[in-house]
Design a protein around this ligand. Structure first.
Ligand SMILES: [Zn+2]
Length: 403
């Protein structure tokens, strides 16, 4: 797993090398059981950043997905909370008993992210994917922004035949004459309805919505959220609000949407002040940002490597135990600084804060690149095996970084 070699390839090499026959299925099962039996939860932290990091970078890799049929996307009424301990115990039990679907199946109501026990607020963590694309909910405007971007990437994965049949479904005529690019262009214009986007997503990809990770500036992964549906700021919100102490600095490629979504959803300003911008959105600050001349200092960031003071009583507050401030900033990574056209959102760059100039904001991209080397085997696994193997790979990676 560390070297991204599928177990079958490894076994074939061993057979040839020693001129022996190995029962591949037996070894594969033994490996899965071993992974299910070991406890590696404590690996999901960085020795420098501790249990409650001050800075986390969030990103989705859409390529890391498992096979999932359309009928597995049911909407169920539930309160958006899942017991993560029970869920991950069930993942392990399915693998140990050799029955991948005995206790869990991908669903919107019984599907939990992974957060190490000591870093989460309680065993009941949030997964509100069932609210995505729901016309009745109040996040429509954010989903609309995101859907167009996601949709283009999604459609790009489909072959021309698939695209033509989707065009027909949308009532587009003379589809047999359309080129691939023309199909994509017409579909993006035609698709305003999120329910349709969900259906299309399943048809094109036949798999889940990807993997959302949260990693510290040293590259250690803290949280995993295996998505059933296309990503939205809601997913980052679910992880942030499930943490005992959300980081002061949240880095993502959609920082304006994350801040707006979380503040609206919570009915309080977790991202504060200035809705998580570096400074107030005044004309002068925007002018400075446009001229790349904005630079401020937030000295509390320097406390990120310190130890929490003993005897702290911050229960029920938003005070972070290391920085001792309630400020929360939602910033963009350097790759995605041009993701927004709104001038006030130019005030969300890590490069505008002196203490963040040396910070690695590309850790999420590095996690994605690490996982992409193993796509050939993690993509075709059953959901349960996919969850277990991806988590184990990231656990090994964290161990290496920490050592
Ligand atoms: Zn770290």
């Amino acid at each position: 797993m560390r070297e991204h070699v599928p177990i079958s390839k490894h076994l074939i090499i061993t057979e040839k090398l020693y001129n022996i026959n190995i029962d591949h299925q037996k070894v594969r099962k033994a490996l899965y059981k071993y992974l299910a039996l070991i406890s590696d939860d404590n690996n999901f932290r960085c020795y420098i950043c501790g249990y409650h990091p001050v800075i986390l970078t969030f990103d989705v890799t859409r390529k890391v997905a498992f096979k999932m049929g359309k009928d597995q996307c049911h909407e169920e009424q539930y309160d958006g909370k899942v017991n993560t301990k029970v869920f991950w115990d069930n993942v392990n039990k399915c693998v140990i008993e050799g029955n991948p679907e005995k206790y869990i199946k991908p669903s919107l109501h019984d599907w939990a992210p992974f957060i190490p026990e000591i870093s989460m607020k309680s065993d009941e963590v949030l997964n509100t994917e069932y609210l995505k694309g729901n016309d009745a909910n109040d996040e429509q405007e954010f989903l609309e922004c995101l859907t167009e971007e996601s949709l283009e990437k999604l459609l790009d994965l489909a072959d021309v035949q698939n695209l033509r049949s989707l065009c027909q479904e949308c009532g587009i005529e003379n589809t047999s004459q359309l080129s691939r690019n023309r199909c994509i262009e017409k579909l993006i214009n035609a698709l305003q309805n999120h329910t349709k986007v969900d259906n299309f997503f399943v048809k094109i990809w036949h798999s889940s919505g990807g993997l959302l990770t949260a990693s510290c500036p040293h590259g250690c992964v803290y949280c995993l959220k295996f998505l059933i549906r296309p990503e939205s700021p809601r997913d980052i919100g679910d992880l942030l609000l499930s943490l005992a102490h959300p980081p002061n600095i949240v880095i993502s490629d959609i920082p304006h949407m994350v801040a707006a979504h979380v503040n609206k959803r919570e009915g309080r300003n977790l991202f504060n002040p200035y809705c998580g911008r570096v400074v107030e959105a005044s004309d002068e600050n925007i002018r400075l940002a446009e001229a790349n001349a904005l630079m401020v200092s937030k000295e509390w960031i320097n406390l990120r490597d310190s130890k929490a003071k003993s005897g702290l009583n911050i229960h029920g507050t938003d005070i972070h135990p290391l920085t001792l401030v309630t400020q929360r900033l939602s910033l963009c990574d350097r790759f995605h600084e041009g993701n927004t056209k709104q001038k006030k959102e130019f005030l969300r760059k890590t490069g505008q804060i002196k203490e963040l100039l040396e910070i690695n904001t590309e850790t999420a991209e590095q996690v994605n690149s690490f996982l992409s080397k193993s796509l050939s085997f993690i993509d075709c696994m059953s959901p349960v095996h996919h969850l277990l193997v991806v988590k184990s790979m990231l656990s090994l990676r964290n161990m290496e970084i920490n050592s």
